[in-house]
Ligand binder design. Sequence first.
Ligand SMILES: [Zn+2]
Ligand SMILES: [Zn+2]
Length: 430
Amino acid sequence: MITAIRGMKDILPPETRRWQAVEQTAREVFALYGYQEIRLPLLERTELFARSIGQETDIVAKEMYTFLDRRGESVTLRPEATAQVVRAVLENRLLHGAGVKKYYTLGPMFRYERPQKGRYRQFHQINCEALGSDAPELDAEVILLLLELLQRLGLGQVRLLLNSLGCPACQQEFRARLALYLRQQTGWCHDCQRRRDTNPLRVLDCKSQHCRELLAGAPVMLDFLCPACKQHYSRVKALLAAQTLEEAPRLVRGLDYYTRTTFEVVATSLGAQDAVAGGGRYNGLVKELGGPDLPGLGFAIGQERLMELLPNKETKSSPLVFLVALGTQPRERAFRLLQQLRQAGLASDMDFEERSLKAQMSLAHRRGAALVVIMGERELETDEVILRDMTTSRQQTIPTDCLLPRLAEQLAGCQSNSFGNTAIIGGVTG
Ligand SMILES: [Zn+2]
Ligand SMILES: [Zn+2]
């Protein structure tokens, strides 16, 4: 038997229905805020990520799904979306014209991490990117959009962590002071000893418990903000005043291109502390990728994590009509009827295995049919069908011509009812 690749996961029904519901809500909220969907390839030139995310990051150094294609070009399965969105925006000249450019994208990302519980090599993100303005209102809008989406999804209690990473000008002094601190302390992990010389900011993001403890006394970026960055940060906080936010002076993101506003949303339901989304400004990125000096910001929601945290409520499906037919001719008739019902917008199905009446009825029951339409040789002769309401078990014989309006009528009743009702239409007799 051929199995899936290690670290890759199938998403199966009925779980897929929950995913669809989440994605549907995301699309609705993005539309409310003026964001349009952008769909991008999964494969890009390796150079795109190496240049944007940063050579020193864990992602580029250890976690990328990189390989040579048949012509020897190095290509990479996207580890994140921002660099890609910027690449597409520049390549397709989407920056032309007035106004902030607002995009969202949903889909899989890839990182070659050691597979562990809840972490997959192919995972999914909901991404939001806004390009073209440095206004604090845009920072606030992106954060409010994220919070509204999570609230509509029913995530429950969350914490909003906020920080500013400043601009290259104010980062310069901070970097020097941080580097000094990193040299003064001993006991950094192997990676951090390297980062200390190449990119000291990366040390702030180290996951080693010991490094984290050592960092407790390190200088924080907020103390080094230049006047412009300081003002930007306080405007963002003022615009978010209605939200409960927590300043998190040690919050950094695992990628090199972040500037100014940086944020993370942590779900606190069930007593756990799970980061479900993170984002921030990346004002230098567009220029770094060969475009104009254009500011931008965005966020990514980790969809697997999100799905685990959301309440497991039943999603509604349309009530089903199941057709039960016995004998070759009644089956043909049922099959034609099936297509008519579907064309009329009624979810319907039938047995495809020529089972007995009893077996077809039990299949209808297992499928959760709300109504069953039954037809056999006798009904074929009289041009009638038997309609059975699976909830009340009431059964009546009606002319085939009356079936469609009758189904529509009965289903209107079921719809308000609840999830999982299926109408079964079939021909029982014989
Ligand atoms: Zn600054
Ligand atoms: Zn470390």
